[in-house]
Design a protein. Sequence first.
Length: 733
Amino acid sequence: MGKYRKLFNFFDRIYMNDLNKNFDDVDADIKVQKARVDNLITGNPQPAEVMDLRTDTDGVIHGTAWDRFESDESKKNAKFQEIGEQLADVAYNLNGLPNGSTNDASSFIQSVLNSAKTNKVRKIKLPKSTYRLNSSLFIETDDLELDFSGSTILSYAKASSNKQGEIGIINPRGSFVETDVDFISYFRSVFNKAHTPPANSPVLLTYEAIEQISNYEYHAQGKITTSNNNYFNVGDEILLIGWTRPEGYPYVKEKFEPEIRTVAKVLAKDATYIYVDYYSPFKYPAFVNNTIFKSRVHKIKTIKNIAIKNANIINMNNIATLNAPTATEKAEALSGITPFFVDGLKLDNVKVENTVWNAIYPWSCRNIEYNNIHAEKPQAWGGGQGYTIQHMGCRDIEAHNITGFQVRHVVDFSCNSHNAAVYDSFGIDGKDTTLLMHGMCEHDITFIRCKGMFGMGSGLAEFPNVNANIKIDSCDLFFVAMIDDTRWVNNVLIDNSRIKYISHPPFMNFTTRNSEVTFDIQNYAPKPNARDQVLNAKLIMDNVDLILYTSNINNYAAYFLNYDKIVFKNIRSRLRSDSVVRQMIFNVQGVTDLVLDNVTGQEITISYKNERSTKARILLNNNDILLTAANTIYFLDVEALTNCNLFIEYKGNRIENTGTTSQFFVLDVRSANYINSKVVSNTHDNFFKGNPNALIHYVYTAGDGIVNAIDHDNIVQNKAGGALFTTGKHTVI
């Protein structure tokens, strides 16, 4: 024990750290001793028989005889595994498999699926053909690949009481460990607003994210407390259901009431906490446990490693009126593939047509991989209908080449789905948003090389409209449904993309870099979101081509509301050629720190108000702005302040107006609308130019002591021959 650490208090942080370091040291010592022995062997002459032992059957000469034995053992185990897989692949009989459009193959295929568990079949490959299914198929075993070999599946199967498409044509499914409530009935009870969980499931009391992962928590990402921690053991698979809105639906947009609906694993326990492998970026208020909404932790049993590939699935049951299914038609309609409680789901080369519900509809699954998934021409595209993929409480997802033709959404994340990456996905002739997060606390999702309409938070009162940690890389997207104050979206990164959005970005901690962004200004102004006060919100644009456009002659303002900091840096701006107004106002309200640094372009002006910050700052540095207004124009107009001390630095800018106006206000800080506020401005080393007939109002104040304006070392060209036209109290140095 000489150099190893002494271990004291069992299971405290120091104990676990020292124990893991001791393990590392022991392992290092073993390697050192092995190296010494190996050197003794290889450094001294050995008998011929021993030398021969170092050479294996493939002619590879190993350093020692022991190394050769270890190599042989590894090869043997790999061969046994290969033989076992080969035997498993042929351990089923397809003689008599019905095919064609009139012969029902569902019972035969189901019997093969049922025998897979008994016979340890790992792969079922059906000959390429056409197969009719009169009944749904169910997969309830681990480690199974179902390969349709490019076959066409004609589904005449029907459900009897589908509430939300939770039964599909093909259904891989795990189960609750508790057996008093069927999990399908459980999820239906949530939709019916009469939440009925299994009786033994403990109440979820608290969840806390672990920001600094350490050996103590066994790399856990979160910790929970329940009404009965002893009910759980290390290694248990669990389903976390947590509500924070006491009243249930509808949600109130001014409140922050996130939810949890995810699968996780129990990694460790101590006297107080259960440690789980789920990280949430949200800070949860108290969880709710009432008649309708019951926060619970359930034991579940997932099925593992299910693959479905090379299938063309067509629903053959048509509804009477497109996009208007009756209650009976909805109850009978099936989704395409509907996995429940699957850990390790892989779907390859799957096409689904003509469904009422969704093509792919996973519930509470993890470790999902998609490749080449396509849906087209669903019969309905209302809420929860006609998606290519909708994730319900799923996690750890990688999706490639997901497409849809005339679908509602191509990829949708709902019910706290998280940790996902979507690549190369798009829709054609879509009915709604191509890519969507429902606003049910989805987080840590990345979109790469995707195209189409994009939404975060549905804005509907049925959802808390909360999302976080969204990354968009190399995409071409149009942001929709972003105008009101119903969404709480934190930490968005846009990189190397083309983005178009309406009026303003309603996000907190929103960064755009190396991209092209279009502001499409509409005829209404957004309202501040009261929930924006929760975080230190930032909006940063760096190295962006900013395109300004409006189709409404009565409105040409892009709104930026209630940010703690806004930075526009290295921006190249321009008006789109078809914009009906040749001026764009940045309407900045309630922003504590506003920075424009190296912004070039034309027709940008700033209207500033602040009734939120006690101290605020505007920094305008090294910008080059061209204005062409015919009417009186204000480049920076501080319109209103309440209880705010504002500092303005105006340095190294070139501001020029070539329009016909005779009034050009470079800085307007008149104090008529200032309440209990003061302004200090420092304007220096700038170049201001107006047309030959224009007066430049260089520093325009009311002269009542509320504003202290300092200016020096500026160059001004106007009709006064370079003299400044100023009003109010200011100081020239």
